[in-house]
Write a protein that binds this ligand. Structure first.
Ligand SMILES: NC(=O)C1=CN([C@@H]2O[C@H](COP(=O)(O)OP(=O)(O)OC[C@H]3O[C@@H](n4cnc5c(N)ncnc54)[C@H](O)[C@@H]3O)[C@@H](O)[C@H]2O)[C@@H](O)CC1
Ligand SMILES: Nc1ncnc2c1ncn2[C@@H]1O[C@H](COP(=O)(O)OP(=O)(O)O)[C@@H](O)[C@H]1O
Ligand SMILES: [K+]
Length: 510
């Protein structure tokens, strides 16, 4: 699997892919036939013949619906078909497929759902332009209220392909069949939850069209970052694997300990917690493999982190919302080393985020949850309010950092426009300290010289994988212990997919 296989296409990019394929000689009618065929096949594989209601919209999504109806009816399935608008208003390929449908075309009406049929939702796909209302809304509300088996054509109608947001209303589908490549709206919430099972059907659009489109959005999968992951050199020593520093807080000492241990588990050669004298004993009583340095003041912290062997820094978990944290963040950013800023290190800039952004010169990963994001990027614009991908991208461009906007659909965005959407995180991750573990995992990868965007994306995926390894009952500490198995599964997956991890060695330390 290559990165192009996990590319996600925006609605606009998908239209480009369609038109490039057509310019390349694949007729639109052939694409539509392939789309309808893939949907009919997916339905036949999952359901026995039963009454079907195909709900068609006025565009090509509706055209796909006519193909599905024709193919299922030809095999003896009882198919009722309803259309929004007049049949003679259908244009192009949709019009051609309506003409091939020899049975009655009914106007959209709740009676189409009588007897609880299987529903094919071919109302709107990529062309969705405004919130659903009127009869389409009524029908979709009935599908949801009666929990009918519904199949989304391309997307559940009402879900925006770019953002996953629901315009008005959208059906809860059992299955969604999309074409050529996944769209961001299939992975972002609430869209993802409405898709049910997602199938990506090959409809004959050549993969080479992606070379022209150059998509910058990806599903967060190993193919995206695997080649950037480190592998311990056979004759390497611990300094070859980086030396990470976690700035320890004085109140919430658990956070830095979780982060430090996670950084070690993911392969950092050494990890030091910088601890104030008052709390040194607490840190020193933690796991013995973590180094604890006594740091009396800012000058001592500066000295510790200036050491060229110490090559990646995390500040924020348990740091405290204080002037001291703010000053330390700015001082550490001044060292121009790869940094992770989490939690309090973000909140302390709520009154003056520009001063933070101005200080970011080296690779830096900001890891806000929605609350912290709102504090730093409050003015990223109302129009982006519900579009998580666009918000994370705008924040990355504005700050110059990699922005990792957390949640069940974490988005990782880089200042150059690259972005990844993560979908492997189970909800058991919503537990205190799991964010600290994630910050430590990113830190550990930065210390091993993984580029910031790749480090953030890989850590998010491995964090989700580790949570799945643990299963129910997860607490943050368990995640750390599950990192080795998550990494081992990654290596197995790589081998299976024919991409053994290439060795990538850090240059030797002094
Ligand atoms: N272009 C192609 O080559 C292919 C397109 N395919 C299908 O074509 C779809 C895109 O087709 P279209 O671009 O025609 O778009 P749609 O079929 O999604 O919808 C466009 C039509 O719906 C109207 N509309 C949008 N929002 C509305 C609302 N809320 N209420 C009422 N009317 C509304 C628009 O004015 C327009 O008439 C894809 O989702 C996919 O299902 C597939 O057949 C594969 C090939
Ligand atoms: N419902 C959810 N499903 C999947 N992952 C989640 C969910 N809620 C939170 N997470 C993940 O759990 C972590 C929580 O981090 P954070 O909010 O910083 O909490 P804490 O500071 O307590 O560690 C993040 O990685 C986030 O993406
Ligand atoms: K649809």
């Amino acid at each position: 699997m290559a990165a192009a296989d996990c590319a996600l296409l925006s609605v606009e990019e998908m239209y480009r892919a369609d038109s490039l394929a057509m310019q390349g000689g694949v007729p639109g009618l052939t694409l539509m036939e392939a789309a309808g065929t893939a949907i009919a096949r997916a339905i036949r594989k999952r359901w026995r013949p039963r009454p079907v209601a195909v709900l068609c919209g006025p565009g090509n999504n509706g055209g796909d619906g006519f193909v599905v109806g024709r193919l299922l009816a030809a095999e003896g399935w009882p198919v009722r078909l309803g259309l929004l608008g007049a049949p003679d208003a259908l244009k192009g390929d949709a019009g051609a497929n309506a003409a091939r449908w020899r049975r009655p075309i009914q106007p959209l009406h709740p009676d189409l759902l009588a007897g609880d049929p299987l529903v094919v939702d071919a109302l709107f796909g990529a062309g969705l332009a405004r919130p659903l209302d009127g009869i389409t809304r009524t029908l979709i509300e009935a599908i949801n209220a009666r929990d009918l088996d519904c199949i989304g054509v391309d997307v559940p109608s009402g879900v925006h392909g770019d953002s996953g947001e629901v315009l008005g209303v959208a059906p809860r589908c059992r299955l969604t069949v999309t074409f050529f490549r996944t769209k961001p709206g299939h992975l972002l919430l609430p869209g993802r939850a409405l898709c049910g099972e997602l199938i990506v059907a090959d409809i004959g659009i050549p993969a080479a069209t992606l070379e022209r489109i150059r998509p910058a959005t990806f599903a967060n999968a190993p193919a995206l970052w695997q080649e950037h992951l480190p592998r311990p050199a056979r004759a390497g020593n611990k300094y070859h694997r980086g030396h990470a520093v976690v700035v320890g807080g004085e109140e919430m000492t658990g956070a830095a300990r979780l982060a430090a241990e996670a950084a070690r588990r993911i392969g950092a050669g050494l990890v030091t917690i910088a601890a104030a004298p008052a709390v040194h004993a607490i840190y020193a009583a933690g796991r013995p493999g973590t180094i604890v340095a006594r740091i009396a003041d800012a000058k001592a912290l500066h000295e510790l982190c200036s050491d060229p062997r110490r090559n990646a820094i995390l500040i924020g978990p348990g740091a405290g919302v204080s002037a001291q944290t703010r000053e330390r963040v700015l001082m550490l950013l001044g060292l121009a080393k790869p940094c992770v800023l989490d939690a309090d290190a973000l909140t302390v800039f709520r009154d003056d985020p520009e001063s933070l952004f101005a200080a970011i010169k080296a690779p830096c990963v900001l890891t806000p949850h929605e609350g912290e994001f709102a504090r730093l990027f409050a003015d990223s614009g109302d129009k982006l309010a519900r579009d998580k991908l666009a918000r994370a991208r705008a924040a990355a461009a504005r700050s110059g950092a990699v922005v990792l906007l957390k949640g069940a659909d974490t988005v990782i965005a880089a200042a150059d426009g690259q972005a990844a959407i993560n979908a492997n995180a189970p909800p058991t991750l919503a537990t205190a300290g799991s964010g600290d573990v994630l910050a430590g995992m990113i830190l550990g990868l930065l210390a091993q010289e993984v580029p910031a965007f790749m480090a953030a994306a890989a850590a998010v995926w491995l964090h989700g994988q580790a949570a799945s390894v643990v299963g129910p009952g997860l607490i943050a500490e368990d995640l750390i212990d599950a990192v080795p198995q998550a990494c081992a599964e990654l290596a197995t997956a790589a081998h299976r997919d024919g991409h053994p991890k290439p060795a990538r060695h850090r240059k030797a330390e002094p």
